[in-house]
Design a protein around this ligand. Structure first.
Ligand code: C2O
Ligand code: CU
Length: 504
């Protein structure tokens, strides 16, 4: 392997511009630029024979008034595909982690113990919380060490998730299996007639793609233009997964926890799904959709209706990411994939209809915007800067509303994720966003050359010495430096020296 990382797929001009910084950056293991790849079609070819694993709900200790969870990062072995076991990582188990669940208003404390032989972090993706509790690259947990962030959960009911965020290593740590759901509940959502029995009619669907060798071991080097794009789809760590449906309506909490691949979900029999929530919570009203596009890090909750005895496959269909054909193929966008078989029992428990009104999504007030910032994503940089742990890129004043104008300035796929806040999409190239982007979001796909105006409000948790991140959630891009940092300060405040030696 060449020690100089060439970002595969960049134009020659882009590559030359990057040369110096790329050479100076740390070498990542397992990078290889493969040639272009064809489209994969697994429709009808997946042997659905494994019962879908449902991640257990994490045990919560509420005795002291705080909701306490314990997570142990550990290495293990997992029999995922035929041929043998894979070396994997998990939380409280060999692969993935339990589902954390807390109610709005609760104060949570999570004690993470790192039993791995390298440092990692856990980031609470989508959560509004103090920067020091965020689990980004400044909160590295060394082998054998323990980290116990605590915060008060104060945001609408939503399907959030957690995953590692060690600078330059996030793709590998997520790929090996660290991650899980974090469900936030609130009184409003609890009063709605929606399927909500965990593991029964309300199920996590954590979708990841991986590549295995003939011994069942994970391959960590199959990297195309945008990172690793695997040929085997796992749901909750299960290959060829079947879920036995017992109720008329089932709520799927879809999470794209892949490192680079996007999914364009739909049902194999052509019926629509009913989308009820996006990243940060319920939509104002249910949306009937043929396809739900989720790029890495994004979530959607959908309700699927089945007849007794029916079988239907959740699939990912080819998707328009705004790329050229070759780029699209290399990103997996031309693939057609069987993901999960839903098999309904001969008798189904009745379920109420999805309510016609779900939530009031208060629109953030554009006339109150204090600052507009612009972010261009290109060549694994944001505004031409490579991520630097010691540099604060943006200083945000608490209790203000900002517009972030974000765009992808070249022909690679990127998305954009902001820590600490949920935002709303004001416009897409000057037009109102499509309905599936009209609710709370924390991650949004950026097709090349399309301008997104995102509006967000920053509240509480000021800390001039500890930044939050924003970045592309294609983890290979993030690892290569497509990330920036912001601090939230009191009015008139200035960032403190955050030091460059954090991280590792
Ligand atoms: Cu899901 Cu900065 O991450
Ligand atoms: Cu990217």
């Amino acid at each position: 392997m060449n020690a100089r990382r060439r970002a595969p797929g960049l134009s020659r001009r882009g590559f030359l511009a990057l040369g110096a910084a790329v050479t100076a950056a740390a070498t990542l293991p397992g990078c290889s630029a493969l040639g272009s790849r064809g489209a994969i079609d697994t429709v009808g070819r997946v042997d659905f024979r494994n019962r879908l694993r449902i991640p257990p709900l994490a045990e919560a200790d509420r005795r002291g008034g705080t909701t306490e969870f314990a997570l142990a990062a550990q290495a293990g072995r997992s029999a995922i595909v035929a041929g043998g076991e894979a070396d994997t990582w998990g939380l409280n188990g060999a692969l993935l982690g339990p589902t954390l669940r807390a109610r709005r208003g609760e104060t949570v404390r999570i004690t993470l113990t790192n039993h791995l032989d390298e440092a990692t972090t856990l980031h609470w993706h989508g959560m509004h919380l103090p920067a020091a509790a965020d689990g980004g690259p400044h909160q590295m947990v060394e082998p054998g060490a323990t980290w116990s962030p605590s915060w008060r959960v104060d945001q609408p009911a939503a399907t959030l998730w957690y995953h590692p965020h060690p600078h330059g290593q996030t793709e590998r740590h997520v790929y090996r299996g660290l991650g899980g759901l974090f469900i936030v509940d609130d009184d409003h959502e609890a009063a709605l007639d929606l399927p909500r029995t965990y593991g029964v009619d309300d199920i996590p669907v954590i979708v990841q793609d991986k590549t295995f060798d003939s011994t069942g071991q994970l391959i960590e080097t199959a990297r195309h233009d945008n990172g690793m794009v695997g040929d085997t789809i796992l749901v909750n760590g299960t290959a060829g997964p079947v879920f036995e449906v017992g109720a008329r309506r089932t709520r799927l909490r879809l999470l794209n926890a892949s490192t680079a691949r996007s999914y364009n979900f739909g049902l194999g029999d052509g019926r629509p799904v009913t989308m009820i929530a996006s990243d940060g919570g319920l939509l104002s009203e249910p949306l009937s959709l043929q396809r739900v596009l989720l790029t890495p890090g994004e979530r959607a909750e959908v309700v699927v209706e089945l007849e007794p005895g029916q079988e239907v496959t959740l699939r990912s269909y080819p998707q328009d990411l705004g790329l050229t054909d070759a780029r699209a193929r290399n990103s997996g966008a031309a693939d057609e994939l069987d993901v999960l078989l839903l098999r309904a029992a001969a008798r189904l428990a009745p379920s109420p209809e999805v309510p016609a009104r779900l939530a009031v999504v208060d629109r953030l007030d554009e006339s109150a915007v204090a600052v507009t910032r612009t972010f261009e994503l290109r060549n694994n940089r944001i505004n031409d800067e490579e991520m630097d742990l010691g540099r604060v890129d943006d200083v945000v004043t608490v209790d203000t509303t900002e517009v972030w104008e974000v765009w992808n300035g070249h022909r690679q796929p990127h998305n954009f994720h902001v820590h600490d806040v949920q935002f709303q999409v004001l416009s897409v190239d000057g037009r109102p966003p499509p309905p599936e982007l009209s609710g709370w979001k924390d991650t949004v796909y950026l097709p090349p050359e399309v301008r997104f105006r995102l509006i967000m409000r920053f509240t509480e948790h000021t800390d001039p010495a500890m930044p939050y991140m924003y970045h592309c959630h294609l983890l290979w891009h993030e690892d290569q430096g497509m990330m920036g940092q912001f601090v939230v300060v009191e009015p008139g405040g200035r960032p403190a020296d955050i030091g460059g030696g954090h991280g590792h």
